[in-house]
Design a protein around this ligand. Structure first.
Ligand code: SAH
Ligand code: AVI
Length: 350
């Protein structure tokens, strides 16, 4: 991992499409350890990043086309109409995208940021190799002037190279930030603030708190695609970890938690089952009727979020939202180090 910045520089220089942040074989061990940690806990959980194998990435893309799943269409229309305004504030710069998936909505930004420049550097970061390759075929076809270097790894794997990419705008769309719990959110912003030079920008997409019926419908689409996406977790465990889960006896459950203002997505076991983790030779028992939490999707209130971001060293330069105020894009600027250092030490002193 420590030589990653060097490998990354070489990849950019040689025009390589993808650079792996981790060593081969690492992913399976990481997956097995993560599943074991979650199934040892009470209540049981599984980490949502492992939803995205090739099939999971395809299913997520299908979710974004379901009529009930409003975030994608609304965020895309904000980007389509406001990308110029964003570029006017930031000026031309490199685009780094966290959790880029198929980079579909990003094409609005690529179109705007590639205008009038001889080349635009685009660095998408994603744990899903298939999603990065899919994004590359589309971006290279539609934007030949874009220099694409995908980082195949977790978000944090890209942080050590942020300094060499300045001036940049880091993009984190789709309200994927909502999939982090509180501890992960704090660690994420502290780490981004520690690596992003002052004056660089961060474009954050967030889904806002709204009517429970709209929210629950978005995660329980009539075509059952989200249910397939959830159950694919168990299918992936069977294939990669030899887990022997009877997938026909698990169900997708997605409900709104009003106290924590988040959707909670679980695998519900209708019968007791034993889950094997072959690489670790461990077995866990799940009871009949038990729920295993596989994903949270927090929804936000702009004023509270903006105050929190300021404490992490980000100034909110512009808030872009739709008429119904269902979704928002926040354009953040990383403020000067002295100010941030004070803010961060005040945070850690709490
Ligand atoms: N940005 C796209 C895709 C969102 S889906 C959109 O808005 O539509 C979330 C994406 O983040 C997936 O492609 C998934 O593979 C990736 N992802 C999830 N957890 C990750 C992690 N810890 N590190 C890097 N990528 C991650
Ligand atoms: C990627 N992420 C923001 C999606 C969400 O809405 O939380 C993942 C998802 N899960 C089920 N549907 C969509």
């Amino acid at each position: 991992m420590s030589d990653f910045p060097k490998r990354f520089r070489k990849a950019v220089a040689s025009g390589q499409v993808l650079v792996k942040a981790r060593q081969a074989g690492d992913n399976l061990a990481t997956f097995a350890r993560s599943v074991a940690a979650g199934l040892s806990d009470e209540p049981k959980w599984l980490h949502c990043r492992f939803l995205y194998d090739a099939q999971g990435s395809r299913l997520f893309e299908l979710i974004t086309h379901q009529p009930e799943y409003y975030p994608t269409q609304i965020e895309a229309s904000i980007l389509a109409s406001r990308s110029e305004e964003i570029r006017e504030i930031t000026g031309p710069r490199t685009l780094v995208e966290l959790g880029s998936g198929y980079s579909v909505k990003t094409e609005h930004l690529l179109a705007t940021y590639s205008r009038g420049v001889s080349a635009l550097r685009y660095i998408p970061v994603d744990v899903s190799e298939s999603a990065l390759l899919e994004a590359h075929s589309s971006v290279s076809l539609n934007f030949p002037q874009v220099e694409f270097t995908g980082i195949n790894g977790a978000y944090a794997s890209a942080f050590p190279v942020l300094r060499q990419l300045s001036p940049q705008m880091v993009i984190f769309l789709g309200s994927t930030i909502g999939n982090f719990n509180e501890a992960e959110t704090t660690a994420f912003w502290q780490s981004v603030a520690g690596h992003l030079p002052a004056g660089d920008f961060f474009l954050l997409g967030v889904d806002l708190v709204k009517d429970v019926d709209v929210l629950e419908a978005a995660y329980n689409d009539a075509a059952g695609i989200t249910a397939q996406f959830t159950k694919n977790y168990a299918t992936r465990m069977n294939r990669e970890l030899g887990s022997q889960i009877d997938v026909s006896k698990v169900e997708h459950v997605a409900i709104w938690n009003p106290d924590l203002e988040r959707m909670e997505i679980s695998l519900h076991f209708s019968t007791a089952q034993h889950i094997y983790i072959e690489p670790l030779n461990l077995t866990f028992k799940v009871d009949s009727g038990e729920h295993v939490l596989i994903e949270i999707s927090r929804k936000f209130r702009i004023s509270k979020l903006a105050a929190e971001l300021r404490r992490f060293g980000f100034d909110v330069r512009r808030i872009l939202t739709d008429k119904k105020e269902w979704f928002a894009l926040l354009l953040l600027e990383r403020i000067a180090d002295a100010v941030t250092t004070r803010a961060l030490s005040a945070l850690t002193a709490k």
